[in-house]
Design a protein around this ligand. Sequence first.
Ligand SMILES: CC(C)(COP(=O)(O)OP(=O)(O)OC[C@H]1O[C@@H](n2cnc3c(N)ncnc32)[C@H](O)[C@@H]1OP(=O)(O)O)[C@@H](O)C(=O)NCCC(=O)NCCS
Length: 159
Amino acid sequence: MQDMLVRLTDLPHTRELEESLAKQGVVFRRPIAPEKRILVEWTKANFSDYWASEMDVAFSHHPVTCFVAQSEGQPVGFSCYETTSKNFFGPTGVLPAYRGIGIGKVLLIKALMSLRALGYAYAVIGGVGPAAYYQKVVGAVIIEGSGRSVYQDLLRKDG
Ligand SMILES: CC(C)(COP(=O)(O)OP(=O)(O)OC[C@H]1O[C@@H](n2cnc3c(N)ncnc32)[C@H](O)[C@@H]1OP(=O)(O)O)[C@@H](O)C(=O)NCCC(=O)NCCS
């Protein structure tokens, strides 16, 4: 896994995409404390224990450093930032049935705009994943030599 660098000064707008997704019943919110357990358990069930832990950390910040996409009162996607490291984007995920319609893009840009609002000019996308996706949506580039990253040598549950 490698890290990617993304410039935050000319992020694409998502208003029209959000309006179109709202017509399909998908809305985006920054979650609040009462939703913590629901989101941590949902992240563990649909993605991983590691990502659930990062979601938990997102709820230790005010405001919560995460966005959720929801449909009919249920989470369908999420994006976190500043969980494992400062100025890091991630983790993020969209349920398979909801992929390919722009939800991941809105979640990514909302989190990156929040990092921009914190004063950063660039952000790090930690431990990618689908590099082509980040390159396409926000022009991210691989950081040379980032193969040995903050995620190196993570403890394993079965270790
Ligand atoms: C990566 C992920 C969040 C993308 O979510 P998504 O809602 O399907 O993405 P979107 O529909 O917003 O896609 C936005 C654009 O990126 C493109 N894209 C999506 N996934 C891509 C991929 N893996 N590689 C290249 N391009 C991709 C789409 O075609 C779309 O292009 P368009 O704007 O020209 O139509 C989703 O596939 C996912 O949850 N994957 C599993 C978890 C994961 O890998 N998370 C990232 C960890 S670093």
